[in-house]
Ligand binder design. Structure first.
Ligand SMILES: Cc1cc2nc3c(=O)[nH]c(=O)nc-3n(C[C@H](O)[C@H](O)[C@H](O)COP(=O)(O)OP(=O)(O)OC[C@H]3O[C@@H](n4cnc5c(N)ncnc54)[C@H](O)[C@@H]3O)c2cc1C
Length: 372
């Protein structure tokens, strides 16, 4: 396995794992974990070296996000969102905007979040209803984003709005101290509870055109899909790991352990095989995209389908192996992992939409249909 995965895996065990349970129980931002990632240069992973980053690409992003998700999927998701934002800025922002933001992210001083989803467009987050009115040198943004991972905690929020005059959609970076920016507090997730994914409101927020990102496209969409898939791949592997640990430790009065029962062993084999296949499919797809392979996008869609399904199946099967205490809150990590595994199904583009996208790609049609 590559050094990115191995290093991040060791790092996650030491600096993320100890805080995962508390963040889940309290539904609190994983502050210690994110601080450790800030201090150890992780937020600079995909930022070009010219801006103080490590200049890595989608493959390393997949490896690191997966390895971190094996220990705390909430912290990993907050981290991956910032990577996506940084990658998007690296690709599309003007030089001055890059100079202002990227070195701060690379050094861990600032982190980024993505505020795209809205209630009115649901899973079709690329069709914003947030309104934008152009004035001389700035725009006024009004609207509400329904879920923003790292809400309140990020320093800049990438958001998408629709220009009321010409109907164009535009991408912006909104600094956290912008007047008119506020958050509602209502995220009480079933899983991924450390994400603080609260709604964000922009009310008459005046954004200088300096903060407009010039382009947008598949480049950052792919790193986003890979990041979401990494979360599921990490959770699937964590479930295999925790189930194995548990069945070896769990003994009956007669001294016999669960791990000696053949049915339990074959269940473990299924958990591991599924997680391993999902992880390797994802890594292969991520490196395919990185190398510019023609079928890279459809490989990533396939990997996101495979990893989502692996995590959900492992969550259910893993909980069964842990038995009664796997169904009780806070007694065993399996219960949190099972809840965390479910999120990827609904995070846009969700499981059903992904299958539509991939199917359309396979028959040679444009993958985006809009809201039908
Ligand atoms: C933990 C968490 C963190 C999140 N973080 C962020 C974030 O940081 N930034 C952000 O912008 N958003 C974030 N989201 C929002 C997430 O992307 C939304 O859940 C998503 O936009 C789905 O919106 P919706 O629930 O309105 O789905 P809806 O549009 O109501 O869709 C519901 C379901 O209908 C089906 N469906 C809808 N349309 C189609 C179609 N065309 N084809 C096939 N099936 C379809 C699917 O099964 C879909 O799951 C987060 C969500 C969660 C749960």
């Amino acid at each position: 396995m590559s050094k990115y995965y191995d290093e991040a895996r060791s790092f996650g065990e030491k600096y993320l794992a100890p805080f995962a349970r508390e963040a889940d129980q309290k539904g609190a931002f994983p502050r210690e974990a994110i601080q450790a990632l800030r201090e150890n240069g992780y937020f600079g992973l995909v930022i070009p070296e010219a801006y103080g980053g490590q200049g890595q690409d989608i493959g390393a992003h997949a490896e690191v996000c997966t390895a971190l998700a094996e220990w705390d999927a909430s912290a990993s998701l907050c981290y991956m969102m910032s990577n996506v934002g940084a990658y998007c800025l690296s690709l599309y922002a003007g030089e001055k905007l890059k100079q202002e933001i990227l070195p701060k992210v690379a050094s861990g001083e600032a982190i980024l979040a993505l505020a795209y989803s809205e209630t009115g467009n649901g899973t079709h987050f690329y069709l914003p209803e947030m309104e934008e009115v152009t004035e001389d040198g700035y725009s006024i943004l009004n609207g509400r984003k329904s879920f923003v991972t790292t809400a309140r905690e990020a320093d800049y929020y990438l958001t998408i709005s629709r220009n009321v005059e010409d109907g164009s959609t535009n991408l912006w970076v909104v600094p956290s101290n912008t007047e008119g920016l506020s958050f509602e507090s209502n995220y009480d997730g079933v899983g991924l509870r450390g994400n603080v994914s609260d709604p964000m409101v922009l009310k008459d927020a005046k954004i200088d055109h300096f903060y407009r990102i010039q382009g947008n496209g598949d480049g950052d969409r792919l790193i986003f899909l890979v990041g979401l898939a990494s979360s599921s791949a990490g959770i699937a592997m964590a479930i295999a790991r925790e189930a194995t640990r548990y069945v070896k430790e769990r003994t009956y009065s007669n001294g016999r352990s669960l791990g000696e029962i053949e049915t339990v062993e074959t269940n473990l084999a299924e958990l591991y095989a599924r997680a391993y296949a999902a992880r390797e499919t994802l890594f292969a797809a991520a490196y395919n995209v990185q190398s510019g392979a023609e079928d890279g996008f459809q490989n990533v869609n396939a990997a996101r389908i495979v990893t989502t399904s692996a995590a959900v199946k492992n969550g259910s099967q893993g909980m069964r192996l842990v038995g009664g205490i796997g169904y009780v809150r806070g007694k065993n990590p399996m219960e949190r992992l099972m809840r965390d595994s479910l999120g990827a199904q609904v995070m846009a583009p969700g499981y059903d939409v992904l299958r539509v996208w991939l199917g359309r790609q396979l028959v040679g049609l444009p993958y985006l249909k809009g809201i039908d």
